[in-house]
Write a protein that binds this ligand. Structure first.
Ligand code: SF4
Length: 94
């Protein structure tokens, strides 16, 4: 998930630039999100148990636009061998 570079704080936005990496001339992503088992550097907690975003009020539009149970959410959960939220018994937002 990438976002327009100016959403980082060095471009006037809110996302701490030190937590991002450059994708191309116009886009950045959160560090760690382009690996085989993606894990955003801002994610705290244990995947599959309880996690939270350490920069929640400052997160990018890409993060704000991703909703629980969406196809993107499902793909992210698949990377960690987690079932879709609708199928996870007693699931909560991850
Ligand atoms: S919501 Fe927070 S933890 Fe999740 S990808 Fe965005 S910045 Fe990272």
């Amino acid at each position: 998930m990438s976002f327009y570079w100016a959403e980082a704080d060095d471009g006037g936005g809110t996302v701490p630039v030190a937590l991002t990496e450059r994708r191309d001339a116009f886009h950045r992503c959160m560090r760690g999100t382009w690996s085989a088992t993606p894990r955003c550097i801002a994610l705290q907690g244990e995947v599959g148990r309880q996690v939270g975003c350490s920069i929640y009020p400052l997160r990018s539009s890409a993060c704000r636009d991703l909703h629980e149970g969406s196809p993107q959410c499902h793909r992210a959960r698949q990377c960690w061998a987690l079932p879709p939220l609708a199928m996870a018994a007693g699931s909560q937002a991850a």
